[in-house]
Ligand binder design. Structure first.
Ligand SMILES: *Cc1c(COP(=O)(O)O)cnc(C)c1O
Length: 470
């Protein structure tokens, strides 16, 4: 399998060529040159596989530059009961008749990002050892991504993580999760500033090409194809649990921000998984809901980006969205380049043609939005009806899922985080403090490792230089 760029660069690259990269050189995102179609016999054979085996089968359709025995071992090391809490890895929890939650948040950081990031940790360690190289991952986080990256990379050979976060602005639980890690290859840097200051420093350091090359600076952001690929697996796993036969269709509802999670659902559907609808849910930051309702994609400015109680969906533009639009436009790289390059820079957005808009229905997408009041009402009613506490992001998904139910079609809502991560809003909704899992109780009291620095790229570069001397 070869990979190409959404902006027209068709230089064939293998999976391991793009594994450690971010954007393609032309500024586009990588996609496989085609989506392998799964026939009925294969689907039937996969139905009884354990999660790690299913992951191996799906990944091996897209990865032909890692020997099969090695890939199978990496999948087996990643998707264990010990790391994800249950033998099924992503069990379904029934709510109402035909309505399920798929548990994706039982990994070490209690959010679905672990599903992909844990695999990435194993893949990075493997590929870096094979090349005899090292990588210094530099990132900025306001919460979920940073902790998922650190828990995936802790103790891995050949990888160091330098994670910037705005000092004092993450929730106490999130700070404790990250800062209590004692692994020598994990470096927390609290910046005296806001999240945007952290991101600006990452950009400044990455744009210093000499420094970047000399210190082998890399990222683990959500546009990484390997992360998306790992997420395809749980759409299959969820579908198998909700069906008995290949002919049955299922819909998925996905709390969305950067369009990574639901893009994996799009890939699964393109492979032939019988998905009826892909229900995209946003919070008050409704860039994507607006597109799927109107055909206009309009990027928001900072002033228009709301701070909400489902903060991991507070985005002003959706970094993975270009992948779907490329497919929607019949994989026309020149037109994708025009829309996401020139038009975005010139007009801050674009509108697809009426014919292109009509084509969206063929891809199964529908959408909706949810507000703070909706979240509270959904958390409350789910608790009262089913005795289940959902987190704020999952509540957004559940609210929009209910608006799109079709009779006879099961609906699976992806649970993207556990409620303990967003305790304040849960308390507001139902007056109960959600408990973190036993292993994480009391982490607020553990000793912490974290350097505090002014918002200054040169200071961060000095710190990296000092801490990656061999
Ligand atoms: C990252 C995140 C999302 C958004 O996922 P995307 O892949 O960016 O669409 C939703 N919920 C939670 C809890 C997250 O951490």
């Amino acid at each position: 399998m070869k990979y190409l760029s959404t902006r027209g660069d068709t230089t064939p690259r293998g999976f391991c060529d793009i594994l450690l990269e971010g954007l393609a050189p032309d500024g586009g995102l990588y996609l496989p040159e085609r989506y392998p179609r799964i026939d009925a016999a294969t689907l039937a054979r996969w139905r009884s596989l354990p999660y790690a085996e299913l992951a191996f089968e799906i990944l091996s359709l897209y990865i032909d530059d890692i020997p099969a025995a090695d890939l199978r071992r990496l999948c087996a090391a990643t998707y264990t009961e010990q790391v994800f809490g249950t033998p099924q890895i992503t069990p379904l929890k029934p709510l109402d008749e035909g309505l399920y939650l798929e548990a994706l948040s039982n990994g070490p950081t209690l959010a679905f990002k672990d599903m992909a990031m844990q695999l990435l940790g194993h893949l990075f360690e493997y590929e870096l050892a094979r090349r005899g190289e090292e990588l210094n991952i530099l990132g900025a986080t306001s919460g979920d991504t940073g902790s998922a990256a650190e828990y995936a990379m802790r103790g891995k050979q050949g990888v160091r993580v330098f994670m910037l976060s705005p000092q004092g602005r993450m929730s106490p639980f999130q700070q404790a999760q990250m800062f209590s890690l004692q692994d020598a290859n994990i470096h927390n840097i609290a910046i005296e500033g806001v999240f945007d200051d952290c991101q600006d420093i990452v950009k400044a350091v990455s744009n210093d090409l000499a420094f970047k090359r000399e210190h082998r600076i890399g990222t683990v952001n959500s546009i990484n194809w390997a992360r998306l690929l790992a997420q395809v697996v749980y759409y299959f796993a969820g579908w198998f649990q909700a069906t008995k036969a290949n002919t049955e269709r299922v819909s998925f509802a996905v709390p969305s921000g950067n369009f990574g999670n639901i893009c994996a659902g799009h890939v699964a559907r393109m492979m032939g998984l019988p998905i009826a609808q892909l229900v995209l849910a946003t919070n008050e930051n409704d860039v994507l809901d607006e597109f799927f309702r109107t055909g206009t994609y309009r990027v928001r400015g900072t002033a228009e980006t709301h701070e909400t109680s489902s903060p991991s969906m507070d985005i002003s533009k959706a970094s993975n969205f270009e992948r779907f639009v490329f497919d929607l436009l019949g994989r026309d790289g020149a037109r994708t380049r025009e829309l996401f390059g020139a038009a975005l820079a010139r007009d801050g957005g674009f509108t697809v043609t009426p014919a292109e808009f009509d084509a969206i229905a063929r891809y199964g997408f529908v959408s909706g939005r949810s507000t703070h009041a909706d979240r509270l009402a959904t958390i409350r009613s789910t608790w009262q009806r089913s005795g289940v506490i959902v987190d704020t992001h999952t509540a957004d998904g559940l609210k929009v899922a209910r608006e799109h139910r079709q009779s006879g079609v099961p609906m699976i809502v992806l649970e993207t985080a556990l409620p303990a991560k967003f305790a304040a809003t849960i308390r507001e909704a139902i007056g109960i403090d959600p408990e973190p899992p036993a292993a994480l109780r009391g982490i607020e009291a553990l000793p912490r490792r974290c350097a505090v620095m002014p918002a200054d790229a040169a200071a961060v570069q000095r710190y990296i230089r000092e801490h990656c001397a061999a």
